[in-house]
Each structure stands twice: as structure tokens, then as C-alpha cells.
Design a protein around this ligand. Structure first.
Ligand code: T4K
Length: 379
């Protein structure tokens, strides 16, 4: 087979979906007419309801990004114990949300299949100073929330989930499975997500009092004109961002359908390649399409494949490498030293481009490059 031709323009791992400009402008006109730009205005309130309906359980508050929402979530727990058990296989935001509050992350290795924190290893990492567990639903695949809930009850721990990747076709929680939410679950609405508000996020909690606390934290702790209660920050989503969210909500199902189409094309073309496993994207979770490359069986490493794709203008990404436990300031922690499953995963994962605007022909071309590379193709 001849060498594949490079793409004329870079094909990125993600591309934000955008509503028709006229529709967004229509919403902006209504903002201009009201002169309300932020502080929980009408667009914000409508979006909060819309996201809440889509989530289908718990109480939803909107935030200006996922990271500040997560920070607020951990802060709202008011932990008396200073350590939090966390996965190393996540975006840095997860672990920073612990450390920025002066708490200490305790890394626990991941499960080799789901790539989420391994509940069977949590108990041995506990000591009397651990007060909470923070798990990430990696690529939209849920942590073993039932097992984590059982450990949390047994040891009187709080549970927060980084659900940055879970807002999609399926409601992230099922009402008869409350353990799915933990105490609080975060969603990210960043531009690179399948649903976005440019920058944005949300928190979901089943508990009315926790929801009230979170809303206070979101607005500097301000109760009313005369009273401020507790610490807070500015976590509010503006009207301009909420307007984008309302437009995106209308087109979310179409975006998901298109992604499912692209993902099935990849699955068709890539299944059966020796040493290549599809770990996300092939099962209806279409936030990311992620491969895992076993270098011995595949015949070359993940990094080699990544470089080949890059040289042909396909900008794949190694989410999540490096591990959070391998970078400063976390790499000197005792718990960062022995995480073999996470380390292997970080060496093997590769996210291919996945977004609604990616044509099926381009998906086929990308899959062909992977297959050609595996067969020993050299540029
Ligand atoms: N927890 C987890 C598990 C997360 O994955 C994230 C964020 C968070 C917490 C924090 O949530 P937020 O505070 O962000 O709401 C990107 C995103 O910026 C980040 O939100 C996301 N996770 C992470 C997995 O991916 P980078 O550093 O890879 O972004 P960047 O700029 O390299 O974008 C990736 C590609 O997307 C680019 O190559 C081009 C394309 N792109 C990007 C942007 C921003 C566009 O086409 N248009 C755009 O506007 O982090």
C-alpha cells in the first residue's frame, strides 16, 4: 500500500459544534434587550432547568467552568480530615481541586478495564486522615460507584465525582441508583466537550442543603444584601455563555448521532487489528474515541503511531498522559510511587479525532493510516 497522503489542514482531536449564527444572535438580541449580562439572569435560569431535565436526577447548578465547580464541590464538604483519595489517570484539574484547598491527594491505582479508580485498592490506602474519595468517570465510563459507595459508608467518607466527560446521550444518573452521584458530581461544558457553553460546567447533588451551600459558594457566599455566609468564589455562568448552552442543547442529539456515526466507522475499520483495543467511543459514550496500543502485539508503540498520525496532520492526543502522579508537585508524594496499571495505560492510550463535523470519509482515512502504520508503513 502506498503512503497515505497528509490531510491538507490539521484534523484535531475535538472541534466544537456551533449553532447557526443567526440563532445565537437571536438569543444575544434578547440579552441586549434585557441588559442583564450575568448573575443568574433569564438565560442562565432557562439553561439550568434544561440541563436539569436532561440529567434527570438531583439538583443542578451551573458554573463558569468545570474546574471551579470541582473546587467548590470539594470545598463545600468542609473536610475535617486533610487527605483525599484520587485517581492519577485524569486531567490535572481533578487533583488541583484537592491541592488548591490545602488538602493532600492520595493516589490509588486504576482498574485496567474501565481505567477508573480501582475500588479494591481504596481500603488499603485509607488512614485516619482520609476524608473523601474523588473519582473520575474517564471518557464517560462510570467509576464503580456502587463499590465506592459501600467503602464510603463503611469508613465515613464523602464522595465527589469528576464527571467532566459524562454529559451525553444517557442521563448521567439513574434515579433508582443514587450511588451514581456520590455527594456531588461535576460536569464540564468546555468547548471541547460534545455539549458546551464555550466555558462552563455544572454540579449535581441529590441533597437540598448541599445544593444550597454550592449556590452560596458560587456567588461569593452572599446570602442577601445584608449577609455573607462562609467562603465563596465567583463561579457564575454569564448570560452570553448560557445562551450558547441553550442553542447547543437544541442540537445536542444531532451532534451525538453524528459522533456515533463516526465512531461506528472507526470501530468497523479498526476492530481486529492486532494489539489495538478500543477503550472508549465504541460503546455509545462518544465524548472521546480512545485506542489502547499494546506495543508488542501492535508492532510499534503508541508514541510511534501518534507521531505518524501527526506527520499526516491528524492531531491525536494522549489523554491522560502524563499521569497526574508523575508531574510536579505530586510526583514526590509516597502514593505517587507505585501505580503500575495507570502508568501502563498512560503509555498506551491515544484519542483519535471525534466530533460531529468530522466526515465519514475523513474517519475512514484516519483509520486507514492506523492500519497502514500497524502493517509497518513508513513515511
Ligand atoms: N476533569 C476532567 C476529567 C477533564 O477532562 C477536564 C477538562 C476538567 C476536569 C476541567 O474542566 P474545565 O475546567 O475545562 O471545564 C482540553 C480542554 O481544555 C479541557 O476542558 C478538557 N478537560 C481536556 C481533556 O481537553 P487541552 O489542553 O487538551 O485543550 P486544547 O486547547 O489542546 O484543545 C484540544 C483540541 O481541541 C485542540 O487541538 C483544537 C481543538 N479546539 C480546542 C478549543 C479550545 C478547537 O477546535 N476549538 C477550541 O476552541 O484540554
Amino acid at each position: 500500500m502506498n503512503s497515505p497522503l497528509p490531510f491538507e489542514r490539521p484534523v484535531y482531536v475535538s472541534r466544537p459544534a456551533l449553532p447557526p449564527l443567526t440563532e445565537y444572535v437571536r438569543r444575544l438580541e434578547s440579552i441586549w434587550a434585557s441588559n442583564i449580562l450575568t448573575n443568574m439572569g433569564p438565560m442562565h435560569e432557562m439553561l439550568e432547568l434544561g440541563v436539569g431535565e436532561r440529567v434527570g436526577a438531583g439538583r443542578v447548578s451551573l458554573w463558569n467552568n468545570g474546574m471551579s465547580a470541582l473546587l467548590a464541590a470539594v470545598s463545600s464538604l468542609q473536610l475535617q480530615r486533610r487527605k483525599v483519595v484520587v485517581t492519577p489517570f485524569t486531567f490535572p484539574a481533578t487533583v488541583h481541586a484537592i491541592s488548591l484547598l490545602g488538602l493532600e491527594p492520595v493516589f490509588v491505582d486504576i482498574d485496567d478495564d474501565s481505567l477508573t479508580i480501582d475500588p479494591s485498592l481504596i481500603e488499603e490506602a485509607l488512614d485516619p486522615e482520609v476524608g473523601a474519595i474523588l473519582g473520575t468517570h474517564v471518557y464517560g465510563r462510570f467509576c464503580d460507584t456502587r463499590a465506592i459507595d459501600a467503602i464510603a459508608r463503611e469508613h465515613d467518607l464523602r464522595v465527589v465525582y469528576d464527571g467532566a466527560h459524562i454529559f451525553g446521550r444517557y442521563a448521567p444518573v439513574v434515579t433508582d441508583e443514587p450511588h451514581r452521584l456520590g455527594d456531588i458530581t461535576m460536569l464540564s461544558f468546555h468547548a471541547t466537550k460534545l455539549f458546551h457553553t464555550v466555558e462552563g460546567g455544572a454540579l449535581i447533588t441529590a441533597d437540598q442543603e448541599t445544593d444550597r451551600q454550592l449556590r452560596l459558594i458560587r456567588n461569593f457566599g452572599i446570602v442577601n444584601e445584608h449577609d455573607v455566609k462562609g467562603l465563596g468564589l465567583n463561579g457564575k455562568m454569564s448570560e452570553v455563555h448560557a445562551a450558547m448552552g441553550l442553542s447547543m442543547l437544541d442540537m445536542m442529539d444531532a451532534e451525538i448521532d453524528q459522533r456515533v456515526g463516526v465512531a461506528s466507522r472507526y470501530v468497523e475499520a479498526l476492530s481486529g487489528i492486532p494489539g489495538l483495543r478500543i477503550v472508549a467511543g465504541g460503546d455509545g459514550t462518544v465524548q472521546y474515541f480512545v485506542l489502547r496500543i499494546d506495543a508488542d502485539q501492535f508492532g510499534s508503540s503508541r508514541d510511534d503511531l501518534h507521531n505518524t498520525l501527526r506527520s499526516l496532520n491528524v492531531i491525536s492526543r494522549k489523554y491522560f498522559s502524563p499521569l497526574c502522579s508523575d508531574v510536579e508537585p505530586y510526583n514526590t508524594l509516597p502514593s505517587a510511587q507505585n501505580l503500575p496499571v495507570a502508568r501502563k495505560a498512560a503509555e498506551e492510550v491515544l484519542a483519535l479525532p471525534l466530533y460531529g463535523g468530522l466526515s465519514l470519509e475523513d474517519a475512514d482515512r484516519i483509520a486507514e493510516i492506523v492500519s497502514w502504520h500497524q502493517k509497518g508503513g513508513i513515511l
